[in-house]
Ligand binder design. Structure first.
Ligand SMILES: Nc1ncnc2c1ncn2[C@@H]1O[C@H](COP(=O)(O)OP(=O)(O)OP(=O)(O)O)[C@@H](O)[C@H]1O
Ligand SMILES: [Mg+2]
Length: 343
């Protein structure tokens, strides 16, 4: 692992490294010493992973079949929604080429604290513990090009070296697609509860979700369910109390609504159609975890570093995240024997 860009300490440097008899104390040949060193490192890593499994109650991977559907937004939202319920939550951003979780949380300038060979997460809103590849990249404008094995080795080491402490939940955000990263994480970190699949409402959602569900199956993880992101966009307005209003919908047909006694009205436009996520969940026989509205405030929040849940804790988007989180918790709590194990 010496070629890994995040080696802050010799030999993987986990806490017990120096308390063990080191190869230097023996009269072994250099080759034998190297083999012993490797065996020690492997053993330490295995023990560390077992420890992580015990310390972190639930581990959830967030995946999607294609990019840009809102995985990172949803990962951060789920983590914040859990954290504001008072749970101890961590989020791990595994996206090396486009890590944007710290930016979404307004902590992109945070520096990770390293002590005794352990990496301490940055702290975001509601005490959320954040680890991201972004913290390791010196120039965010330079593309990161790591050869596959080095990248995956770095991820493995990264996972083992983070001092999360006790957590109720760890949310893991990935780059798009069913690439090597989720495979590596699922093989390194024991006790992953399952996969949440993010999709958008179009008909093609079915195709993308099927890919992700099949991927979960190939890595023998349960699918906790599908979240439909960028669902309807709700317009609000005021007019004469108890009157009819008409709004031109995205397909050019008028949508009628009635104002209430205060003159308030709201109409939900299905900007990207609707129901694709739910249809996909029904057809693929996995739970539907809920729909998150299309909310321009999410885009602004992503740029400003203030997630919608923080900017508008009582808003419709925050409520939608809470509803999804409740459904995820139902799946997790039932996951002593997982409700939907597809393997
Ligand atoms: N519900 C939503 N309403 C409006 N905009 C959204 C919503 N969800 C995500 N977005 C916006 O869509 C864009 C993509 O979101 P995000 O980065 O979370 O997607 P991603 O799936 O993680 O992308 P990638 O595949 O590149 O990792 C961002 O600009 C984000 O602000
Ligand atoms: Mg992303």
């Amino acid at each position: 692992m010496s070629d890994s860009p995040i080696s802050h300490h010799p030999g993987g440097g986990l806490p017990m490294a120096d308390s063990q008899g080191t190869p230097e104390e023996t009269s072994a040949s250099p080759e034998q010493k190297a083999q012993m060193e490797q065996a020690y490192a492997q053993m330490r890593r295995k023990m560390r992973m077992t420890q992580l499994d015990e310390e972190i109650k639930h581990k959830v991977m967030v995946l999607s079949g294609k990019g840009g559907v809102g995985k990172s937004t949803v990962s951060v939202g789920l983590a914040l929604s859990l954290a504001r319920q008072g749970k101890k939550v961590g989020i791990m951003d595994i996206d090396i080429t486009g890590p944007n979780v710290p930016k979404m949380l307004g902590i992109e300038d945070a520096e990770l604290h390293v002590e005794d060979g352990q990496i301490f997460p940055a702290i975001g809103p509601h005490g959320l513990k954040v680890i991201s590849m972004a913290f390791l990249i010196e120039d965010p404008d330079k593309p990161v090009i790591w050869r596959g094995p080095i990248k995956l080795g770095a991820i493995q080491q990264f996972i083992g070296d983070v001092a999360w402490g006790e957590l109720d939940a760890l949310i893991i955000d990935f780059p798009p697609g069913t690439s090597d990263e989720p495979l590596t994480v699922s093989q390194s970190l024991p006790g992953i509860d399952g996969v949440v699949i993010v999709t958008t409402p179009q008909d093609v959602a079915l195709l993308d979700s099927r890919k992700s569900i099949n991927f979960a199956k190939t890595i023998s993880l349960p699918c906790l369910g599908v979240v439909e992101n960028m669902s309807g966009y709700t317009l609000h307005g005021k007019a004469e109390p108890n009157s009819q209003i008409s709004v031109m919908g995205p397909t050019g047909t008028a949508i009628e609504s009635t104002t209430d006694e205060n003159g308030d009205w709201s109409v939900t436009l299905d900007v990207f159609k609707s129901g694709g996520g739910e249809a996909a969940a029904v057809e693929l026989e996995v739970p539907f975890l809920g729909a998150l509205p299309f909310d321009p405030g999410i885009v602004r929040g992503g740029d400003d570093g203030v997630h919608r849940i923080i900017a508008e804790p009582d808003g419709a988007t925050a409520a939608a995240f809470d509803a999804v989180v409740n459904n995820v918790l139902v799946e997790l709590e039932g996951s002593s024997g997982p409700t939907v194990r597809i393997s």
